[in-house]
Design a binder for this molecule. Structure first.
Ligand code: SF4
Length: 64
């Protein structure tokens, strides 16, 4: 599964960073989220899907 963050949509709420314990998402210098990985490790796929569902601005996209 691939994941991307559209930083121009991110408002820096931090939910995705917290949910994945900074293993998949982290903040850039502007305080906006970006993805640390292109391909999500299998054991983190469920939490990444949850982060996508919970993102208030739909900034996270995943591709199976
Ligand atoms: S949950 Fe969405 S808005 Fe919040 S930091 Fe992550 S990408 Fe940005």
């Amino acid at each position: 599964m691939k994941v991307k963050v559209q930083s121009d949509r991110c408002i820096g709420c931090g939910n995705c960073v917290a949910l994945t314990e900074s293993q998949v998402f982290d903040f850039n210098d502007e305080g906006l989220a970006h993805s640390l990985v292109d391909t999500v490790p299998e054991d983190l796929e469920d939490v990444v899907k949850e982060a996508k569902e919970q993102c208030p601005t739909e900034a996270i996209t995943v591709e199976e």
